[in-house]
Design a protein around this ligand. Sequence first.
Ligand SMILES: Cc1cc2nc3c(=O)[nH]c(=O)nc-3n(C[C@H](O)[C@H](O)[C@H](O)COP(=O)(O)OP(=O)(O)OC[C@H]3O[C@@H](n4cnc5c(N)ncnc54)[C@H](O)[C@@H]3O)c2cc1C
Length: 310
Amino acid sequence: MSETIVIAETRDGELHPVTAELVSAANNLGDSTTIVVPSTNDAAANSASSIAGVSKVIACVGDCFAAYDAASWAEAIDSCAPSGVIVCAASQNGKDLASRLAARRSISVVQDVVGIDGGTLTQPIYSGKAMQNLSLNGDAAISVRANTFAAAGDGGSAEVSVMNQSADVATAVREMIAKASERLDVAEADIIISGGRGMQDPANFANLERLADTLGAAVGASRAAVDTWEEIPHSMQVGQTGKTVNPSLYIAVGISGAIQHLAGMRTSKYIVAINKDPEAPIFKHADYGIVSTWEDALPVLEAELKALLG
Ligand SMILES: Cc1cc2nc3c(=O)[nH]c(=O)nc-3n(C[C@H](O)[C@H](O)[C@H](O)COP(=O)(O)OP(=O)(O)OC[C@H]3O[C@@H](n4cnc5c(N)ncnc54)[C@H](O)[C@@H]3O)c2cc1C
């Protein structure tokens, strides 16, 4: 197997913790691991150098990294990253980058990897109903789901080299689609509280956001909520045609539990459902179900959590 190259996730110029999980995943491929850190400066790359198990860090510095733009990011990273197996996070941007880098290099792409054993990759298929194993026999670009691999520890001291792309790369889109990205992304969060059509009004999602702030959680939504209310962005949608999530705790509020929603969240370690209908299908998959309106249940939950967390 050739060299493994982790494309670091960054947020607002800082290294995102999922990068340490990507290093663990990359180390399972069995070779030396290089991290490429896309950023407008080299600060995040210096943080990456302390991750254990990393042999080299490349700060891929460019103006284009001020805001996500798929074409200019892929062009800049492609020119910084050595050849080998590329490992991205299975975030919205990470999957996009994996595909674009694979296309630029004419190599295979494997998305949503949840297992790596030597050169064998495991990914879910048919909305998670089955797993498929694939053998790597050359370079490829893969995306790895968050919360799948334990994060690599600290203690590394990899050498950092800087490749400044600003002169070469077109600085394209600068405007952030801010609303969704201001909050924690559901695809990476360890706790998610999602609302469905049972929330009755998009303004009522403020109740979920307050609870999310108490818990340090991300807020998600069902497709019915996203389709019904333009205030609820598609980036929040969990499910077959939304994001696949794998948190430790998933709280579904006013969500019926349709098969397409379950496809995106049923691997959550602990599922709590709040629904006024005791026959709602979500209860068959919940570790803990509260048969109640959210209007009654959420204030109690919030008060209890505040008491618990001090
Ligand atoms: C091809 C395809 C792809 C799809 N992809 C997705 C996807 O990715 N994600 C997804 O979510 N769906 C997806 N769907 C849609 C899916 O089939 C369901 O329609 C959708 O998940 C229903 O959303 P919901 O549970 O919020 O709404 P509903 O089915 O309307 O359920 C609302 C629930 O809220 C409860 N409720 C009402 N009022 C209250 C209250 N005051 N307090 C507590 N509970 C209350 C009700 O009892 C009900 O169970 C897809 C469908 C298709 C055909």
